[in-house]
Structure formats: C-alpha cells, structure tokens
Ligand binder design. Structure first.
Ligand code: GCV
Length: 647
C-alpha cells in the first residue's frame, strides 16, 4: 500500500514502544493484532516483544474476555502496564500508550482506568457501490471514491480498508456502516446475494475491533424477495426478514446490524402501510435480536414537498412530532438515530429537542464529519468545538447530550480513496476528534486537537502553534462568512457548495430566512410562530421563546427580528452581518498566510495540497461575504456604519 498518508499513526509514533521490551499476555485475534503492532515497531526500532515471563518495560495483558472496552493503565516500579478484561480494551490500551509516547515510560507512579462513555462509536459511510448519476460514488463525499467499493463491487485489495480500521481503532471507533442510507438497486443486494462482499470488508476491519453494519432498504422484501408488500405487521414479511438476517449472520457472525432511512427523502417506509416507525424499526429489531444485532433507525423524517406559501409547516418540528409520541414503543435492540440539530448539519443549529424527550428509547446522536454544509473539505473547518458544544449541552436540565446518547454516537464519514484520506489534509482532524469525543464527550476538544497535531506532525512547537491557530477557530470563521445568526441553508441548492441566499427560500425542502425590507429570521416561538421553541424542556423553551433571552448565535433560527434589533453583543443585526462577513474573510486571509509560513515544516505534498485549498477557500469566502452583505444591504437599505464596500 504505497503512497497512503499514515495520518495520526506515522512510524515515529511507535518509537517509544519499538525501542523497549514488551510482554504480551492473553490470546485471541485482537491480542494477535496488538502483538503484530508491537512486533512491527520493534523490527523498526530495535526493541523486543515476547509472550514469555521475564523483565519488561511494558506489559500488555488481557485478563479474561468479558466484551468490555475499558482498560487500566499503570506506571510503577519502572514498568508500564495495561490490563484489560476485554480484547478491545487491550487494543485501546495499546493505542493509549502510543498516544502518550515517551510520557508513558516516565517514572512517576500513576494508575488510571479508562472506559468509553458510549458503547457504540460509529461511522456511517454514504458510499454507493455503483457510481450514482447525480450523487457520484460517495454521496456528499469530498475525498475521492469509496474506500470499500470500486467498479461496482467490493475492492479486491482491502489493504487500505485494513489501514483505515487501524486508524479508527487508534481513536476509539468500533463500528462502521459500509453503504449509503439512500439504498439504490445495486446496494440493496448487499443484504442478500452480495453479502459475501460485505463479509470481505468486515474481515478487513475485524482485526481492529470494528463491527460492520449495513444500510438496508425497508422495501427489501418487495424488491429482493418478490413479496407483494413490505408491511411490518405481515407475517410473510417478518419471516422474510428473519431468514435474510439469519443468512447475513451465517456469513458474518459478528455483524453489527442494520441502518435504515425510512419515509425520508423518497426512501420507502412503514407509512405506506399505515404503520408507525416503531412498527418498522421493531420488525428489523425482531429479525436481528436472536443474533445480537441492532437496528439503527434514523429520525430524519420530514416533508420535502412543502409549499413555501404555507407558513404553518416547519421542518424543524418534524422529527419531534413524528417520534416523541412513540417513546417507549421501540424494542430494546432498536436505536433511534437523531441528527444533532433539528435541520440538517448546518454550521449552526440548536440541539435537537428530541434528545432528552424520549427517556424510554435508546437514542444515538448523529454528527456529520463530511463537510456537506461546512466547506466540503475545500475549506478548513475543524468541527471539534461545535460537536463539543452539542455533546455537553444539558438538554433536560441535568444530563448532557453525550450522556443521553445511550444508543451511541455516529458520524457521517469524511474519507475516501484520496491519498490524504480526507481530501483536505487538515480535515483528518475532524475524523480523529469525532472518535475521541465519542469515547469521552466531555473531553476538551482543544486537547484532542493538540493530540492530533502532535501525533500527525510530530512534536515541533512552531508547527503546533501554527496549526492550532489555523484550526482552532476555523468553525467560527466559517460561520462568520456564511449564513448569519443560525439562519442556515443559504447554499446553492443540490450540491450545497457556495452562497445562494435565496437558494432554498422558495423550494419544496423548507424555507429558511424570510428576509424582507424590515427584517429577517423565522418565528419559531409558541406565542406567534410555528411553536417549535415549545418542543424544548425548560429552561430552554423559555430561553428560546423570547428574542430577549435567545442567544445571539441562534436568534434568526428562532425569531424574525428587524435589522435594527440590538443583539446582546451590542451590535444591531445588520451591523453584525456586515462585520462578521468582513471579519470571516480577514481570518481566512490570516490563516492562509500562517499556512504559507509553515512551508519548511510540513512535507511538500501536504503543504501544496492545503495551500491550493486555501486559495479556493479565500475565493469562496469573498463570494459569500459579498453576496450576503449585498443581499442584506439591498433588502434593508441600511448602510455599513464603517463605510466598507458593499456591492
Ligand atoms: C444521504 C441531507 C443530504 C442527503 C442525505 C440526507 C440524509 O439531506 O443532503 O444527501 O442523504 O441528508 O441524512 O439522509
């Protein structure tokens, strides 16, 4: 496998282990993986690895195998020990030592135990097996073709998939769904006669503790089984799913389960039979239960045939309205997968009010690492601070979103067959950060960023400071030059790249800003708007209900206000729009300069790739600034108080 970026696992990261004497105790495939890792490091750096008792610097010990994922790390008597009672725990403990580097061998007595907050830390790939005429091979993919699929079938050489599994294990991810949730005809067959291809991929991911999941179509009994119906309460449909699922497990015994997008953006679902989404999810849950599998049922259900003239329909309300009444009806092995916001991965959204409103249901929270609405991996946009805000948000007044995600944390993957994995080399930070936050949603994202920088680029302080300054605030920079104050969706319809202020305003997919000569924003209050603010528990329902208490960054999501409305920041809405758009572009200019100054510290290919993307980011940011500022100047007639050029 030549020419693939080692990302956060360069050889150098293994030197501290590779120069020492390591004892490995325990047996099983994942222990063999760890052994192979240590042996490879030792071959390179001169240390040794053994399974025989003796005198060692590092002991990696599996004690039993209870399926747990935590580990205990201990330093004392000149020796570092990792003990786990589950095989994955040993793997994660090993990568913990890799992350610590030399620090793992410093002589100060320490003992700490580590446990992931969430048992399922998953990446969903929106990969098509066959290239789709509109969406290409990876839907919303900005990193080349699929890692898994090529020329209409699973790749023959899965070495790269194995390398991917290794990277994922090193940041704590333990599950991958290998195909698009929009299941087209070719992909539907992965469930039946093409399951062998999925098994091959599962085989490449398994050595790194990753379970494979599959997106399936709810209409499978009809399109694959030739039945007349896919009604979830029909006995022949239930029997079909039971049999199809048993065949999957006969081929892939540790198969994770199904992911389903139903009654959403044209995908088939239980509504066609007058059944509920709990009926639909429980059908698949029943088929998976005997094998220990889980169904991930997506809550992304809304009307995408709206009439913009109809002001009573609010897309933001949809998931809550559909699903909260079903709380308590989902099977134990059904997980409801909820996007973190009520819309669709905009640069700024409130946290979905569904999270916290369904105590009788296992929820998974879905984030989007692929940068569909955040610059499409042509712009630097490190999403760690946004995800951290979401995960730490106290939605029911006590528990954070991270703690409420009992069904897991999921991200839509941002990788492809690009040599840098993610198109924009700095977008690797998003993948790494997702894994680490899924393990510990309370982790400080800035520490995670520093960790990623140190592992990926080595210890150089000048480089680290430069990278930190480029990435740290890049999400807020992106927010500044794009849609303001939580309004969202000012993108080009279809491909979602670049500005189009009215792009979705009169479309069937929803209406997002309602700008006129007097003001802008969507009234979602209970008192005078769509009532969406009332879907929140207190105190948030009250906080969002009034423009006086609503946080500035979400003001236009919840309220329609005049251009002269005074924000908590002390600026009017219109002046905020102008100022942030000028600032955002200036920040991109500064980041581009900073990157240029790192030319001697970064390998030439990586430096050139990022430099080229900065040119595009700057061009695009200027376009955003000029279109958004001109649009609101023309609507409002209010001049910029600083007299800058607005077209
Ligand atoms: C896979 C958005 C995207 C779609 C995506 C959908 C989803 O609408 O634009 O490409 O479909 O979300 O999450 O299912």
């Amino acid at each position: 496998m030549q020419g693939v970026d080692p990302a956060w696992l360069p050889d150098g990261a293994f030197r501290p282990i590779g120069t020492r004497r390591t004892l490995i105790r325990g047996s099983g495939p994942l222990v063999d993986t760890v052994h192979g890792e240590v042996a490879r490091a030792c071959e390179r750096f001169g240390g040794s690895v053994s399974r025989e008792p003796g005198s060692y610097d590092l002991v990696l010990e599996l004690d039993g195998d209870d399926g747990s994922e935590g580990f205990v790390y201990e330093r004392g008597d000149g020796r570092t020990t990792v003990t786990a009672s589950g095989a994955r725990g040993l793997l994660y403990g090993f990568f913990h030592v890799v992350r610590l580097g030399e620090t793992a061998f410093l002589d100060d007595a320490r003992r700490a135990s580590y446990q992931p907050e969430s048992a399922l830390r998953m990446l969903d790939h929106w990969d098509n097996v066959a290239v789709h005429p509109v969406m290409g091979q990876v839907e919303r993919g900005y990193a080349g073709g699929s890692l898994f699929w090529e020329d209409g079938r699973a790749r023959g050489d899965l070495e790269r998939v194995r390398a991917y599994g290794r990277l994922l294990a090193a940041c704590g991810i333990n599950a991958v769904a290998v195909n698009n949730v929009n299941v087209h005809a070719t992909e539907a067959r992965l469930l039946t006669d093409r399951i062998g291809e999925v098994a091959d991929i599962a085989g490449a991911l398994r050595p790194y503790g990753i379970r494979t999941h599959l997106s399936v179509t709810f209409a499978a009994p009809v399109v694959l089984g030739g039945l007349a119906s896919a009604d979830p309460l029909d006995e022949s449909v239930r029997a079909w799913w039971a049999e199809a699922t048993a065949r999957v497990y006969a081929t892939i015994p540790d198969f994770g389960g199904f992911v389903v997008k139903a009654d959403s953006e044209g995908q088939p679902g239980p509504f066609a039979y007058g059944r509920s989404h709990a009926d639909g999810a429980n059908l698949l849950a029943a088929a998976l239960a005997p094998h220990g599998g889980t169904v991930h049922w997506r809550a992304f259900v809304y009307n995408h045939h709206q009439d913009w003239r109809d002001r009573s329909t609010d897309r933001a309300r949809a998931a809550y309205d559909h699903f909260v009444p079903l709380d308590g009806e989902f099977a134990d092995n059904a997980v409801l997968q909820v996007k973190h916001g009520p819309m669709d991965f905009q640069v700024r959204e409130p946290v979905s009010p569904m999270i916290g409103a369904m105590p009788g249901t296992r929820l998974a929270v879905e984030l989007q690492a692929t940068q569909e609405y955040t610059g499409q991996q042509r712009h630097v946009c490190w999403l760690g601070p946004m995800w951290s805000e979401v995960l730490r948000f106290g939605i029911d007044g006590e528990s954070s979103v991270g703690a409420l995600a009992r069904g897991g944390l999921v991200a839509v993957a941002n990788v492809g067959d690009d040599p840098f994995w993610t198109g924009h080399p700095l977008a690797q930070a998003n993948l790494y950060t997702f894994g680490r936050l899924a393990w510990d949603p309370n982790a400080d994202p800035h520490h995670v960023l520093d960790e990623w920088i140190r592992l990926t680029f080595g210890p150089g302080p000048g480089l680290a400071a430069g990278l930190r300054s480029i990435l740290d605030g890049s999400w807020r920079t992106y927010e500044r030059y794009t849609a303001p104050l939580g309004v969202g969706f000012m993108v080009q319809p279809g491909h979602h790249y670049g500005p189009s202020v009215d792009g979705y305003e009169y479309s069937p997919w929803g209406t997002y800003h309602f700008a006129d000569r007097d003001g802008v924003g969507v009234d979602r209050s209970v008192a005078s708007g769509t009532g969406y603010a009332g879907q929140y528990a207190k105190p948030w329902a009250d906080v969002y209900e009034s423009p006086l208490s609503c946080p500035d960054e979400l003001l236009l999501f919840f309220h329609h206000v005049s251009y002269g409305h005074m924000l908590h920041s002390g600026k009017t809405v219109i002046q905020h729009i102008y100022d942030t758009h000028f600032e955002g572009v200036a920040e991109v200019e500064a980041a581009r300069e900073r990157w240029a100054s790192l030319v001697d510290l970064v390998d030439p290919a990586r430096h050139a790739r990022v430099a080229e993307r900065f040119e595009e980011q700057l061009r695009s940011a200027r376009e955003w600034r000029d279109q958004v500022n001109s649009y609101f100047f023309r609507k409002s007639g209010v001049a910029d108080e600083r007299g800058r050029t607005i077209y």
